[in-house]
Design a protein around this ligand. Structure first.
Ligand SMILES: CC(=O)SCCNC(=O)CCNC(=O)[C@H](O)C(C)(C)COP(=O)(O)OP(=O)(O)OC[C@H]1O[C@@H](n2cnc3c(N)ncnc32)[C@H](O)[C@@H]1OP(=O)(O)O
Ligand SMILES: CC(C)C(=O)C(=O)O
Length: 801
């Protein structure tokens, strides 16, 4: 059947109350009501599968934990489960002294007896009796007149009075009485007053103390009118009931029109003292009024509600488990999505709101002022309900840069500059659009790490800073009087390039431009810096610097830099601020170079003896793990300079390593093979500390038995050698160090031999280098390696003559 064109032919509107001097519209909430949870009665009776005793017990414990002091726990006459549940709580002492359990009964003597029997022995109990009083119910359900309806209520109130008196005498239970003119909102207001006055009289025990007040519960059994109508009816009741100070006026709104919350709030302004409802609004049909919603509405007005939902998720867990009903994702305060913003403008406002509030709170703290919550789109601090901010911003294709930046800030501690936010937004947008799904925090942080090559070896780009030194040395190209010379910086560093360590150097007016210069010189990466910003992460000793850079293709001047439409952002984090900036540059460079091939690194040698020597030494160290003694560095540098002369002072990295190996016959087969170690033995000579070396050396290409003495291995070896040479050799310098670790450790030895031949006419200083797992063998090999080179040079010299 379709909806009616004229519904007035089928539905009658509510009858407004003529209450021109109503007061409630100008009242403001100031305190919480007395709360009664009827989850275990009205909520329970509305479930397809009413709760079991263990479920009721769990729910009851949760209500106690939240701080409810009045709990309607059952309709004991309805079932053994309900009756036994009540007995169980009482007999196992689960009702705290300050808590009143409440039980519901209809106006029927047999059921009233069973109900009172159920609570006998409790310290405190509220007996709640109801009968419907509206015209419809009188006529249809009870087929009773007003007088008969009133008489039913009075008679059964008297029965309750008598039975509770007896129970108090027998078991000491303290009783209060609640009467509900069920269907109150459809009952003539004067009749509701009349019946309640008669019930009050029949009860005869109403007093002004809390535990003596009679409770008149005014249910909107079915919500049939707007909340202002309910408020009018309640104000009318409050103004007309006699001995108001001996009465608690209680509300019991249902939610058929979806206005239960509004009805409860307005009716409290109209004078009600107490509210009955269920957590998250369970209950008959559309439910009872939601007590969590009501309590937290008060909380956000700065009024302590007297019940605690600090861990709202655990309450949701219990309630959904016991009711076997979900909490809607949009449910006020409790739904999974209610603290979540997907849309860009909401996210932007929330992000700005947090930033602004943090600053405001810091200032308030300094001034000793209150820190008020004042946030766009968030009426309550989720943290007050035990919720973290993780869910506040969630990202899909409707999201904007602000939300994404907020998540990066929350999860990585990085506060991207605005322009970088825009750039990263397009990365996420592209993924969200392509995959047509919500982006999780992990999706976003992973995309961030990948995009900016940030966060450990897994995300490293092709260029990685390994070590660096920034020095303030003036460039030799500039006159020392030039002011700018003072400001110039030099970058010397080791950078891993596609997994290979390279030493690079550059100059600039700051560390970043010096690095860019080095990259330009050595790797043909031509970029200029457009933006730079930084901030601290953490505090105290753990503080780190985060730097952000934007690079553009190499530009001639500031104007060109500004105009560039292409750019790459980078991020760097390091305990050292210069380090963070340099890492940020490399992060952006990695994006800029993509996978284009990089030229082989070239070293420039010869124009700055000091620094080039150090460059070459670091290169040898990085590539061959050899820590060349300083004089050997200088010696090899001369070799390099000579070799580089043919290539305009430039030498490729590979050529340089090759030159080293060939010069010192290191790690390559010795083509001449004129000097080498075959075997050796060392013995101590008595107590003098002197040693004797015996063994077989290849000397001048012949296997020769050798023997020599000295105060150490090398001097003994020198003595042995000199027996078989034309000239004389002596040791000028010796050094050694280990290479590697653990079982792979080796010794590296360096020997500088001084040679005198032809009666002093020929003098040579020659280095030998060797490595071996045995340190003595490595020393001897270095010595023989040097001898080989002496022999070679000697022969070259004499041949030339
Ligand atoms: C608005 C509310 O939520 S009120 C509470 C409602 N909750 C429940 O009903 C849950 C528990 N109820 C029950 O277990 C059962 O209904 C019982 C045990 C109370 C009664 O069961 P039964 O005797 O089988 O009666 P039934 O369930 O059919 O109830 C209807 C009868 O109760 C009468 N009745 C209804 N309300 C009341 C009342 N408040 N006081 C006295 N009688 C009442 C009806 O007039 C009807 O009487 P009739 O059989 O003479 O016509
Ligand atoms: C028993 C009464 C209070 C009731 O549940 C109602 O009217 O909804």
């Amino acid at each position: 059947m379709p909806m009616l064109a004229d519904p007035s032919k089928k539905y009658k509107p509510y009858t407004p109350l003529n209450l021109p001097d109503r007061q409630w519209p100008s009242k403001v909430a100031e305190k919480p009501p007395i709360w009664l949870s009827t989850d275990l009665r009205d909520g329970n009776q509305a479930l397809a599968n009413p709760m079991t005793i263990p479920q009721k017990t769990l729910f009851y414990q949760t209500l106690l934990k939240c701080g409810f002091k009045e709990i309607e726990i059952a309709y004991p006459a309805a079932s053994d489960t309900d009756f036994n549940f009540v007995r169980g709580l009482i007999e196992s002492g689960q009702v705290p002294d300050d808590v009143w359990i409440q039980v519901l009964t209809p106006a029927r003597e047999d059921l009233i007896r069973r109900t009172i029997e159920s609570v006998a022995g409790a310290k405190h109990a509220i007996i709640h009796m109801y009968n419907a009083t509206s015209c419809l119910f009188r006529e249809v359900v009870f087929r009773a007149s007003k007088e008969e309806t009133l008489a039913l209520a009075v008679k059964h109130t008297e029965i309750i009075r008598k039975l509770t008196d007896e129970c108090t005498q027998k078991c000491g239970t303290k009783f209060r009485y609640e009467y509900s003119p069920e269907t109150f909102t459809q009952t003539e207001p004067e009749f509701a007053i009349e019946i309640c006055e008669a019930v009050k009289k029949a009860w005869g025990r109403a007093g002004t103390a809390h535990e003596n007040r009679i409770i008149f519960n005014l249910p909107a059994t079915v919500e049939i009118g707007p909340p202002n109508h309910y408020a009018d009816l309640v104000e009318y009741f409050c103004r007309h009931i006699s001995e108001r100070d001996k009465v608690y006026v209680s509300l019991h709104p249902h939610n058929d029109r979806g206005q239960g919350i509004a009805a409860a709030e307005l009716a409290q302004l109209a004078g009600a003292d107490r509210v009955e409802g269920c957590l998250f609004g369970n209950g008959e049909r559309t439910g009872n009024v939601d007590l969590v919603n009501l309590a937290l509405n008060l909380y956000t007005q700065g009024i302590s509600p007297g019940v605690d939902f600090s861990d709202i998720q655990s309450v949701i867990d219990v309630v959904t488990q016991c009711n076997d009903l979900p909490v809607h994702p949009r449910h006020p305060y409790a739904g999974e999505l209610v603290f979540t913003a997907f849309s860009g403008s909401h996210q932007d406002a929330v992000k700005k709101g947090f930033e602004h509030q943090n600053a405001r709170w810091a200032e308030a703290e300094c001034k000793g002022e209150l820190k008020y919550w004042h946030m766009p789109y968030l009426p309550i601090d989720p943290a007050d309900l035990g919720c973290n901010y993780e869910a506040v911003i969630r990202v899909n294709a409707q999201s904007g840069k602000g939300g994404i930046a907020y998540l990066v800030q929350q999860h990585l501690g990085l506060d991207m500059p605005r322009k970088m936010q825009i750039s990263f937004y397009s990365v996420i947008q592209e993924i969200a659009d392509r995959e047509a799904r919500e982006m999780t925090v992990e999706d976003i942080t992973t995309a961030f790490r990948k995009t900016y090559h940030y966060g450990g070896s897994m995300y490293e780009g092709r260029l990685v800073l390994k070590s660096f030194r920034i020095s303030a040395e003036a460039s030799p190209d500039l006159p020392s009087s030039d002011e700018a010379a003072d400001e110039r910086r030099q970058f010397d560093g080791t950078v891993s390039v596609d997994g290979v360590l390279r030493v690079i150097r550059g100059d600039g007016n700051g560390p970043l431009s010096a690095l860019l210069d080095a990259l330009r010189t050595h790797l043909e990466v031509d970029l200029s810096l457009r933006e730079y910003s930084e901030h601290a992460i953490g505090q105290g000793q753990d503080t780190k610097a985060a730097s952000y850079v934007e690079l553009v293709p190499l530009a001639r001047d500031v104007k060109e830099i500004r105009k560039s439409t292409e750019s790459w952002w980078g991020i760097g984090v390091d305990p050292d601020i210069a380090g963070s900036g340099l890492r940020a540059v490399l992060s952006a460079v990695n994006s800029a170079i993509g996978d284009r091939p990089l030229p082989e690194l070239k070293l420039s040698v010869g124009y700055s003896a000091k620094t080039s020597q150090a460059d070459i030494a670091s290169l040898i160290l990085n590539e061959l793990s050899l820590e060349l003694p300083r004089r050997l560095q200088a010696s090899f540098f001369e070799v390099v300079q000579r070799a580089a002369r043919e290539s305009n002072g430039q030498m490729s990295y590979t050529d340089l390593i090759k030159l080293f190996k060939e010069t010192y016959v290191y790690d390559i087969p010795d083509k001449d093979g004129r000097f080498s170690l075959q075997s050796f033995k060392m013995e101590n000579l008595g107590e003098s500390g002197h040693k004797e070396l015996t063994g077989e050396f290849v000397i001048n290409g012949k296997l020769t038995k050798v023997a020599g003495q000295g105060n150490g291995l090398l001097t003994a070896a020198i003595a042995a050698l000199n027996e078989h040479l034309d000239g004389r050799v002596s040791i000028r310098e010796y050094a050694e160090h280990s290479i590697g670790e653990g079982s792979d450790v080796k010794a590296a030895s360096y020997v500088e031999l001084a040679y005198e031949g032809d009666g002093g006419a020929i003098k040579l200083n020659v280095w030998g280098i060797a490595k071996d797992t045995d340190i003595s063998a490595s020393g001897l090999k270095a010595l023989l390696n040097a001898s080989s080179r002496v022999d070679h040079m000697y022969r070259e010299l004499t041949q030339k003559k």
